[in-house]
Structure formats: structure tokens, C-alpha cells
Design a protein around this ligand. Structure first.
Ligand SMILES: [Zn+2]
Length: 427
């Protein structure tokens, strides 16, 4: 083989390899070029709200340190774990939970704080940044919690050919033509409340979102006009059954620019500990907000074993926090304790409060005590308006102590996904 032919052949092989390699490259969401950043890159963000900031990073991001400044004042210095980190108690005036996502297509415009991201690895690529978006409940916003990226696999035009996606993963897809419909299916390990979100909709397109249950019955939909995101907020889902998400075009399509679809479960995986160790104490004599007693905003836990009553059983605190109030011999609640946990409600952005009522003795904790998950708060009893030893337990997301009504509370069963409650359950 002469040298020219050999060289030409080599070139053809190299070129073919390059083509094959480029075809095998994962699609980078919304980006044609991936910038490289050096350590200590500065990003400016606006912090005009009180609450928690969740910083989410691209899966390519390795270890790093996130430093958040207000002016020159260091607010947080946090190790980035699992591609995200949480900055709690960011000071300001309004209580809203903010989520920041990094998106190559968008720029940050408002400046009042500085975010420093120091990477322990040089030239971490794929860092995405975007404008700040509010979390659920207040406006038309996006829920941005970056985790794994998944990509649509056509044809997924029917329920039976739906692509599988997972809790909190990003599904990137395209509406390829005016008649293209994309189906995805997802199931959750535990019951909870789910945000279904469709965002990054290509410009000049109006895509909409419908959610179906495992029988293909329509459950919820979001059909915002124009190019707006779609958000179906905090819907109660069952565990271990498929839900189907349908993405379709109301007008326009783009076979290049991808949309982003994500479903994220809240409440079910918040790391709470159960109040008891005894498995008998999972029987609910009066459930949360059931038709028979719709104004009952908590659960009443008793023992189903008459030879092992719950009377006097230790009550362990469910999540770290601070004792907000201790009530003694109240006519209705008896001896009780209210704990403001460090667990943030995804809907209100406030710290969740829990109440333990009808304790046998004075509570074992005092107001303003900082307590841990598992701290003994008292013993189960029959004080106050109670017809037998039981624990009334409720979870409140509006930070109210009195004047509770069911709209301020969340079904406590959601917080204990590994506990199999029996009796008057409501999930
Ligand atoms: Zn009760």
C-alpha cells in the first residue's frame, strides 16, 4: 500500500470514528456549546426572599464548595453533595422557597448577592445557570431541581409505548411534528404529593401537560396559554402504580429544541423518624380528614393489642427542631408539645410544625429546647379531651399553633412511608 493511500485510509477511518463518536455523545440539554469554568467562578444572583435556597448542579459537576455572600458577608459555606446543596435561613423579607437551576440558555440579570462556586476539580464543564424561579404555590413558576438527565426515545406516542422516567429526573424530549404526542410513565416508591412540571418549552411553541392514572383515566392537566411552563402542583399519588404524563402541542413544534419534563415527590421522603418503636402503635383509631370526621386534622394512634396498650409508651420526636410551645393540662389537648422542625415544607417554604397531644405526664421537653430526631418528648396518655390512651399527632405547614384547621395541615401518614398504618387510614 503506498503512503498516500494509507494516509487517505487513515483519514477516512479517523473521520468515521469521529462521526460515530459524535453520534454517541449524549445530547446536552439546550446547549450547542459547553463552556468550561475554572475554580472560583463568580455568579451573581438576586436574593430578595427569605427561606431556603436549593442549588442544583449538572450531573457532570463533581465535588465542590458553594459559598454564598450577601454583599461581602458570608452567608453559607457548604460542600456540594449529590449534585445539590441546601442553604437554609437566607435572610430577607418575604418567605418563599427559591430553587436555582443552572441553565446554559439563560442569563442572570438581577444582582444583589454573589454566589461563588469553587470546584475542587478544574474545568468542570456543563455548569448551568439560570434566572431564579419561585417554587410552587405562588405564581406560574418552575420547579428546578436538577438531577439525572434522561432523553426521550421515539416512538412514545401511546400509553403502551410510554418512556419510563423517575422521581426528580429530568426528561428531555422533542415535539417533532404538529401531530407528535409524547407519553412518559413514572411510579413512586412511597405515597406522597407530586409536582409535575413541563418547562423549557421552545420559543413560539405552546405545549401542554396531562397526567393520567394507571387505568389511563385523566387525573390532572395544565394548559397554560402561550410559551408558559406548565405546573401541576402537589397532587397526592399512590405508591407502586404508574402515572402517565402526556406532552403535546397546542400550537407549534420544534424538532431540535427540547422541552424538560419532571415529576418530583414531596413529603414521602423527608427522613422523618416514627414516634414509636413498637409495631402495635401503627393502628389509627381516627384518621386524617376522613368523611366521618372531616375536621380531624391529625391522626389518633392507639395500640391494636389489648395486652400491650400504648398507655405510657415513650414518644420520640420525628425530626430535629425546636420546642415551640408546651401546654400543660389543656382542656382539649391535655399535656402537649409543639415542635417546630427543621424540615421545610415545599409548599409554603415554612418549617413544618408537629404537635403531640394527650400526654400522660408533663412533657419531657421545655419551650425553646433544641431537640433531635428521636428525642423523648413525653409519654402517651389520656389527658385532655380523650376517651382512652392515644397519641394525637398532626403536621402543620402554616406555622400556626392554635386555630388549626385542616387546610393548614398535611396528612401525617405521608411522612412515614415505611410504616404500614392500619385501622382508620386515609391514604
Ligand atoms: Zn386526634
Amino acid at each position: 500500500m503506498n503512503k498516500t493511500i494509507k494516509s487517505t485510509l487513515q483519514r477516512i477511518i479517523m473521520f468515521s470514528l469521529l462521526v460515530i463518536m459524535s453520534l454517541c455523545q449524549p445530547v446536552v440539554y439546550g446547549a450547542t456549546e459547553v463552556p468550561e469554568i475554572d475554580s472560583s467562578d463568580l455568579y451573581s444572583i438576586s436574593i430578595n426572599s427569605n427561606g431556603s435556597l436549593i442549588f442544583a448542579f449538572d450531573p457532570e459537576m463533581k465535588n465542590g464548595i458553594l459559598r454564598l455572600f450577601e454583599g461581602k458577608k458570608l452567608l453559607a459555606d457548604i460542600e456540594i453533595l449529590d449534585k445539590s446543596c441546601l442553604v437554609e435561613d437566607v435572610p430577607s423579607n418575604v418567605a418563599i422557597n427559591y430553587v436555582i437551576n443552572f441553565d446554559l440558555n439563560k442569563t442572570i440579570e438581577t444582582i444583589s448577592g454573589i454566589l461563588v462556586i469553587e470546584n475542587t476539580e478544574k474545568n468542570v464543564s456543563n455548569l448551568k445557570y439560570s434566572t431564579i424561579s419561585e417554587m410552587s404555590g405562588l405564581s406560574d413558576e418552575e420547579i428546578m431541581m436538577l438531577s439525572s438527565n434522561l432523553y426521550e426515545s421515539e416512538s412514545n406516542d401511546s400509553f403502551s409505548s410510554a418512556d419510563r422516567t423517575y422521581d426528580d429526573d429530568n426528561m428531555n424530549g422533542c415535539i417533532d411534528s404538529g401531530s407528535d404526542i409524547d407519553y412518559y410513565k413514572i411510579k413512586f416508591d412511597v405515597p406522597g404529593k407530586v409536582n409535575f412540571w413541563l418547562g423549557s418549552i421552545p420559543s413560539n411553541c405552546d405545549y401542554d401537560l396531562k397526567i393520567y392514572d394507571s387505568n389511563y383515566s385523566l387525573k390532572w392537566m395544565s394548559e397554560n396559554a402561550g410559551n408558559s411552563d406548565e405546573l401541576i402542583s402537589l397532587k397526592l399519588v399512590e405508591a407502586d402504580v404508574y402515572y402517565y404524563m402526556k406532552v403535546y402541542s397546542y400550537s407549534g413544534y420544534d424538532d431540535v429544541d427540547q422541552y424538560l419534563l419532571r415529576a418530583k415527590l414531596y413529603y414521602g421522603n423527608m427522613g422523618w423518624g416514627y414516634m414509636y418503636t413498637d409495631s402495635d402503635n401503627r393502628y389509627i383509631s381516627s384518621g386524617y380528614g376522613l368523611p366521618s370526621r372531616p375536621d380531624h386534622y391529625g391522626i389518633d394512634i392507639v395500640s391494636s393489642n389489648s395486652s400491650d396498650p400504648i398507655d405510657g409508651d415513650a414518644i420520640n420526636n420525628v425530626y430535629s427542631g425546636k420546642v415551640a410551645y408546651v401546654g400543660i393540662d389543656s382542656p382539649s389537648a391535655g399535656n402537649y408539645a409543639v415542635v417546630e422542625t427543621d424540615s421545610i415544607d415545599p409548599e409554603t417554604g415554612k418549617k413544618l410544625r408537629v404537635r403531640y397531644l394527650h400526654m400522660k405526664y408533663l412533657p419531657s421537653v421545655s419551650k425553646d429546647d433544641s431537640i433531635s430526631k428521636g428525642t423523648l418528648v413525653g409519654y402517651t396518655g389520656n389527658t385532655g379531651l380523650s376517651s382512652g390512651p392515644h397519641l394525637h399527632f398532626d403536621v402543620n405547614n402554616e406555622s400556626k399553633i392554635s386555630y388549626l384547621d385542616i387546610e393548614d395541615t398535611i396528612n401525617p401518614e405521608l411522612f412515614f412511608p415505611t410504616i404500614s398504618f392500619s385501622g382508620d387510614t386515609s391514604l
